[in-house]
Design a binder for this molecule. Structure first.
Ligand code: PEP
Ligand code: MN
Length: 362
């Protein structure tokens, strides 16, 4: 990471520098030896915050469900011996009390729990008066309201440092992702809650190692505040999520390759060039609006004419013709079929709306 940007986490005092917040560590704590040596290697790479699941919510029974409370002792040891901050997942009130008693520095709420408002409210009640950062993973189903609701419940308990973790969403379809990212959802959440820190969990989005870099970069390009990445001393032998974990050394390479871009440039010449380009965009946007206005006026004329002559509004053949022709022409202009379809569907819909209004007037 080659940048000196300032991230909102600066105020949270979680790590020494102002770079994106990095949380790393195994999916699960498996043994004292495993979690301690992973932590040591991470510490050597300059990582200050460890993650390790103690209680593992597994979708199906008979898979490893975590070592339980004993793992908290190992995390305590890591805090004492290495001076790292430690984080773990809590899924119920008992977990919250146990984790707090041990002195965990950060907790997160998993995707299966975020989807359940009863569970979240119980956890929120247990967190009253607690002053550690709490991250809320997106619910497994793509529902921004549900995610926001979970965050609001935790904030409602008076927790000051609440953040979100984007870990992707379940689908029935087989895709290249384990959980499809659906970037528009975290973007929408951020639009609604602009001050909410957002970190990305590329490990659970990917479910595999080879696309972690690309997902992490995308998160940085979308201005995320940090990453939480599953890291294990011997990933292939991990008791859970083996396919997506990487070694601390591989994590270092991944982070080293990340390109960090700023939201707002300070350099006057950059600002000037950007302004210039934006003015060109504004000019084209205005032209688009003028053309759309003219086009709708013609659509209205057609509406009047259809009304007088008792012709239906929707002419499926004509619509099909417009779509195929524009997509064909789009190809020569490097505009994708999907883009053309989206644009022309909404233009067509607006024409239909206008014509419907005319048909029903008087
Ligand atoms: C995890 O972080 O290991 C985990 C269980 O994640 P999620 O809740 O996103 O499935
Ligand atoms: Mn995991």
């Amino acid at each position: 990471m080659n940048s000196t940007l300032e991230y909102p986490f600066k105020g949270w005092g979680l790590q020494k520098d102002n770079k994106p917040l990095i949380i790393a560590g195994p999916c699960s704590a498996e043994s004292e030896e495993q979690v301690l040596s992973t932590a040591k290697q991470l510490k050597e790479q300059g990582i200050d915050i460890l993650r390790a699941g103690i209680w593992k919510p597994r979708t199906r029974p008979n898979s490893f469900e975590g070592v339980g409370s004993i793992g908290l002792e190992w995390l305590k040891l890591i805090k004492q011996e290495l001076g790292m901050k430690v984080s773990t997942e809590v899924a119920n009130v008992k977990h919250v009390y146990k984790a707090l008693r041990m002195g965990v520095d950060i907790i997160w709420i998993g995707a299966r729990t975020s989807a359940n408002p009863f569970a979240i409210q119980d956890i929120a009640d247990a967190l009253k008066g607690v002053d550690i950062p709490v991250f809320v993973k997106n619910p497994i189903n793509p529902d921004v309201d549900l995610w926001m609701g979970a965050i609001e419940r935790i904030q409602g308990a008076g927790v000051k440092r609440v953040g979100a973790i984007h870990r992707g969403f379940s689908t029935f379809d087989k895709t290249r992702y384990r959980n499809i990212p659906q970037w528009q959802l975290p973007i929408e959440l951020r639009r609604r809650m602009p001050d909410l820190p957002m970190i990305c969990d590329p490990s659970h989005i990917a479910g595999r190692r080879d696309i972690l870099q690309e997902i992490s970069q995308k998160a940085m390009d979308l201005n995320y505040d940090g990453l939480i990445i599953e890291t294990h001393i011997n990933p292939d032998k991990a008791w859970s999520d083996a396919k997506q974990q990487i070694t601390p050394a591989q994590l270092k390479i991944l982070l080293g390759k990340l390109v960090l871009r700023t939201l707002n440039a300070n350099d006057p010449s950059i600002i000037h060039t950007l302004d210039d380009l934006r003015q060109q965009i504004d000019k084209f946007d205005n032209e688009l609006l003028d053309i759309l206005e003219e086009r709708m006026k013609v659509a209205e004329k057609i509406g009047e004419y259809k009304k007088t002559n008792n012709i239906t509004i929707l002419q499926p053949d004509r619509w099909h013709e417009i779509l195929t022709k524009t997509q064909e022409k789009g190809k020569n202009r490097d505009l994708s079929d999907e883009f053309i379809a989206q644009i022309f569907k909404s233009i067509h819909q607006e024409s239909i709306n206008k014509q419907t209004k005319i048909m029903n007037e008087g």
